[in-house]
Design a protein around this ligand. Structure first.
Ligand code: EPZ
Length: 434
């Protein structure tokens, strides 16, 4: 199991580059199922979840090339033949986003067998809304032996209203609707930029979609889609994580290759907390925090609100701010796994249900800590960057799922961080998804 060794105390200074969005790349790779032609995606992040998605598609009979040359992080996928339209449990248990193949498989092949994802570190993570939408579109769905089996000769357009806003639920059903017969009206959709990214790819493939990025989408089904080449947007959560890193270390950091228009809630909150943020161009943002940080409350909301995927990272910052910050987690029922580890480093945090009270100005001391899920890991890295001494972070494979070479990127702007154990390519699979 790889570990990170981090010695705190260095301000981060310089330019750090953001990779492509993992949570855009995953649905866009699944969208290749919808056509016999080749789909090429650029700006793919070199992270474990992408490798998992490659294995998943290949296990179904797709041909997937995945290259990370200096000039290109690119994948080309051909689903000309889908010999085995099944997402096996061995893969699904390591990445719940595998359920994103459900809608496209039913739309393309008329059937799908997908292992139920089960829960994960941050919550129960059901997919009942995915199932409900597919049934409304005419699929018959059975569940046995831990697998979902969905069948439909051809899905029919329907009026879908989501009981709750769900990102992958919106994406899964959008991919089902683009090949359905007739019109689908989807209301209470997720508005995340990753949904908009997927819709842009689907339109490039010949789909007819109105309203992507809003809570109402109208889709006219077509009989087939063709191949396309598409560039994935930058990862807004990686960008937000780096902005917090610049603020918490009192550095002067330029976050490049990002999309500032996706960062409004994060930037507003960091400014409220006393950081100085300058939007330098359409793809770079500068963060400085030479003065004191001030307490500021957060309440996680669906986009464009403050993202749940930034809650753990912000909490690390709040431990250093003057005053008391309230952190409310409204999206997932168990997304405070980082709290106990932060407390072991000297943070003063009390959890009550979905709320946490963070008393700031804590002097953090280095410790051996355990990563539990992707964003909790990021929170521990941020805390270790300002802790007194040398911290050891165990189980960093959680980090490798969604952050590309993060120790190299942070070292490039002055962090004292190194990886112990195998390099990134170590093959042991994570034991739980998130
Ligand atoms: C996506 O997960 C992201 N993953 C998550 O990022 C992110 O935290 C989450 O959206 C919220 O923004 C990917 O895009 C691959 P949801 P998703 O469906 O789609 C409930 C990361 O750190 N719900 O929007 O699985 C659910 O339990 C990961 O990169 C149902 O009840 O999340 C949750 O409470 C972690 N029934 C809420 O909705 C359903 O059928 C939002 O979940 C689906 C969801």
């Amino acid at each position: 199991m790889d570990k990170f060794v981090i010695r705190g105390g260095n301000p981060l200074i310089g330019t750090i580059r953001v990779s492509g969005a993992k949570n855009s790349a995953l649905p866009c790779m699944a969208a290749a199922i919808l056509t016999e032609d080749e789909v090429t995606l650029e700006n793919i992040p070199q992270v474990r979840d992408i490798e998992t998605e490659r294995r998943l598609l290949a296990s179904m009979g797709a041909e997937v090339e995945l290259g990370y040359g200096r000039a290109q992080h690119r994948t080309t996928i051909s689903c000309r033949t889908l010999s085995d339209p099944e997402a096996k449990y061995e893969i699904v248990k390591t990445m719940r986003a595998s359920s994103l193949v459900l809608g496209p498989l039913v739309a393309r092949a008329g059937m799908a067998r997908v292992a139920m994802p089960g829960g994960c570190a941050i919550g129960g993570r059901p997919i009942d809304l995915h199932i409900k939408g597919l049934e409304k579109m005419g699929a018959t769905i059975t569940q046995e032996h831990g697998y979902l089996e969905a069948r439909a000769s051809r899905l029919k357009g329907a009026h879908l209203v989501f009981d709750k806003i769900t990102v992958t639920g919106t994406e899964d059903l959008l991919m089902a609707a683009v090949l359905a017969e007739g019109e689908t009206l989807m209301e209470n959709c997720a508005r995340e930029p990753e949904v908009t990214d997927l819709a842009a790819l689907l339109v490039a493939m010949g789909a007819r979609i109105d309203g992507a990025g809003t809570s109402t989408m109208r889709i006219q089904g077509v009989t087939s889609l063709h191949g396309a080449r598409y560039r994935i947007n930058p990862d807004r959560i990686e960008a937000g994580t780096f902005l917090v890193a610049g603020a918490i270390t009192r550095g002067d950091l330029i976050v490049a290759n990002c999309n500032p228009s996706h960062l409004s809630a994060i930037i507003a909150k960091l400014e409220e907390a006393g950081a100085r943020i300058d939007i330098l161009s359409s793809d770079s943002v500068r963060v400085r925090a030479d003065g004191a940080l001030k307490a500021a409350d957060i309440s996680t909301e669906e986009y464009p609100g403050f993202p749940t995927d930034m809650q753990a990272q912000y909490m690390a910052l709040a431990t250093q701010a003057e005053g008391v910050s309230m952190v409310k987690e409204n999206i997932f029922e168990n997304r405070f796994m980082h709290v106990q580890e932060l407390v072991r480093m000297g943070a003063n945090i009390k959890v009550d249900g979905r709320s946490a009270t963070v008393r700031g100005s804590a002097r953090l001391s280095a410790a051996a800590v355990m990563c539990s899920d992707l964003r909790a890991s990021a929170s521990l890295v941020l805390a270790a960057l300002v802790a007194d001494g040398e911290s050891i972070l165990d189980r960093v494979y959680h980090m490798d799922r969604g952050y590309e070479r993060i120790e190299e990127k942070l070292r490039g702007v002055g962090a004292q961080i190194r990886r112990m154990g195998n390099v990134f390519a170590s093959r042991q699979d994570p034991v739980e998804a998130d």
